[in-house]
Design a protein around this ligand. Structure first.
Ligand code: SF4
Ligand code: SF4
Length: 147
């Protein structure tokens, strides 16, 4: 894809509130292979702000969490000494300008990952709706417990 020409990067960044590139991080994780791996992944994605995606056959965990150095003015508070990962971040292809990252899958919730596991593997887990039905109770809502 051709890179977009950006005349004044700050014009773009000041319209990006809060700075998208400073509100999450992601890291590559081992591809899940067995039941324990999937169970651990389900537990991880049950935590607020955690999602998983698959990109070029590799699995990644994404964590939504604002960098402590992002100032109320939406600027980097340690610009001169920011880490290389921030220095190498390209504004031409950043989160603001690009819509589709070409992820094969992006699991944004426990239920989405559970549905994928059911469809794509032989591992079976009781989902929270099933457990609630068996216990004759209501399924616990996700990500609604704390403030
Ligand atoms: S995501 Fe792009 S536009 Fe937004 S702050 Fe980062 S570099 Fe600037
Ligand atoms: S160090 Fe600065 S540029 Fe890097 S994520 Fe934090 S606020 Fe953003």
């Amino acid at each position: 894809m051709a890179k977009k020409k950006i005349k004044n990067p700050w014009d773009q960044c000041k319209n990006c509130l809060p700075a998208k590139c400073c509100t999450y991080f992601s890291l590559e994780v081992d591809e899940p292979e067995d039941r324990k791996d999937y169970e651990a992944m389900l537990w991880q994605i049950a935590h607020r702000g955690v999602s998983f995606y698959i990109y070029r056959k590799a699995w990644y965990m994404m964590v939504d969490s604002i960098c402590e150095f992002l100032t109320p003015e939406n600027k980097c508070g340690i610009y001169e000494t920011r880490p290389y990962i921030c220095k190498e971040h390209s504004i031409e292809t950043c989160e603001y300008t690009e819509g589709d990252y070409g992820f094969t899958e992006h699991f944004k919730s426990y239920d989405e990952l559970m549905a994928w596991i059911k469809e794509n593997t032989n591992f079976r887990f009781k989902d929270r709706h099933q457990v609630a039905k068996e216990n004759n109770t209501k399924a616990q809502p996700l990500r609604a417990a704390i403030g």
